[in-house]
Write a protein that binds this ligand. Structure first.
Ligand SMILES: NC(=O)C1=CN([C@@H]2O[C@H](COP(=O)(O)OP(=O)(O)OC[C@H]3O[C@@H](n4cnc5c(N)ncnc54)[C@H](OP(=O)(O)O)[C@@H]3O)[C@@H](O)[C@H]2O)C=CC1
Ligand SMILES: C[C@H](O)[C@@H]1OC(=O)[C@H](O)[C@@H]1O
Length: 254
């Protein structure tokens, strides 16, 4: 009997694009992919933050470069991916939130959230996939969605709408591109301590509510997403496409 061979989690020789890499979850994903051996291109608007991260990653022996990019600008995204690709791996962590009671949502808040979280994510994913299709290469595309793509949330009607939309196009693209060897999935985190959620966590009542809703009893940290992204980027997840990896500490279990 021959033993089955454990698939590799290594990403040596792979080129990864991480959008939203200047802070939070995207920054952690960039480091995780770099540590796994990928050559990582870090994209976001804050160039100084990207350059500082590139320097730290290089000092730690990783391969990294900075790509200034506003993901809500579709033409700029398409041009950046066309001139810097093809990328074997995409992690899209560029995102924002505009929280308010549903009855008070403004058109401006809806538009700014949809422009980045849905339209920007859609066309960034499309651009990377087009590069792979043209090159005849397989790839793994990962959108950072949210547990809020699976449930509703108070003051989060717009945010939930955008993240549910990401799940919809992810499934559709997985169907269309699977035979070309392009896998596409989402990671759906619970509340993670980042700049985005700092105001929520600074409210003791809200923090207590979050830590109660999370069945593991603690807030999420960016490190909680790092294993998930390496798994989905690597051959370890070769049969995984069109789905969500919930990293929600059990939030959606009830
Ligand atoms: N924190 C949480 O609890 C959770 C977050 N998420 C999702 O994770 C993703 C990352 O959030 P998080 O790390 O918490 O938040 P951060 O605010 O720390 O990071 C957001 C990132 O998105 C980038 N970004 C924002 N706007 C643009 C733009 N127009 N073009 C390019 N990049 C942009 C920012 O870079 P820059 O400003 O330099 O452009 C930054 O790197 C988001 O999609 C969020 O919805 C999902 C579940 C839970
Ligand atoms: C920014 C949100 O408040 C935060 O992001 C998520 O996806 C979490 O579930 C929270 O709603």
């Amino acid at each position: 009997m021959t033993l089955p061979k454990t698939p590799s989690f290594r990403l040596d020789g792979k080129r990864a694009l991480v959008a939203g890499a200047s802070s939070g979850i995207g920054l952690a994903c960039a480091v995780a992919l770099g540590e796994a051996g990928a050559e990582v291109t870090l994209a976001a608007r804050r160039v100084d933050s990207l350059n500082a991260l590139v320097d730290k990653m290089k000092a730690a022996g990783m391969s990294a470069s900075a790509l200034p990019l506003d993901v809500s600008n579709v033409a700029a995204t398409q041009a950046a991916v066309a001139s810097n690709g093809p990328f074997d791996i995409l992690v899209n962590s560029a995102g924002l939130a505009r929280h308010s009671p549903a009855a008070d949502t403004t058109e401006a808040d809806f538009d700014v959230a949809a422009d980045l979280n849905v339209k920007g994510a859609y066309f960034l994913t499309q651009a990377v996939a087009k590069g792979l299709l043209a090159a005849g290469k397989p790839g793994s595309l990962i959108n950072i969605s949210s547990q809020m793509a699976h449930v509703g949330g108070i003051d989060r009607a717009v945010y939930c709408a955008t993240k549910h939309a990401v799940e919809g196009f992810t499934k559709s693209m997985a169907i269309e591109w699977g035979k070309a060897g392009i896998r596409i999935n989402t990671i759906c985190p619970t509340f993670i301590l980042t700049d985005l959620t700092r105001p929520t966590f600074e409210d003791p009542e809200k923090r207590a509510w979050i830590e109660d809703k999370i069945k593991l009893g603690r807030a999420g940290e960016v490190e909680d997403i790092m294993g998930a992204v390496v798994f989905l980027a690597s051959q370890a997840s070769a049969m995984v496409t069109g789905t969500s990896l919930l990293v929600d500490g059990g939030w959606t279990a009830e």
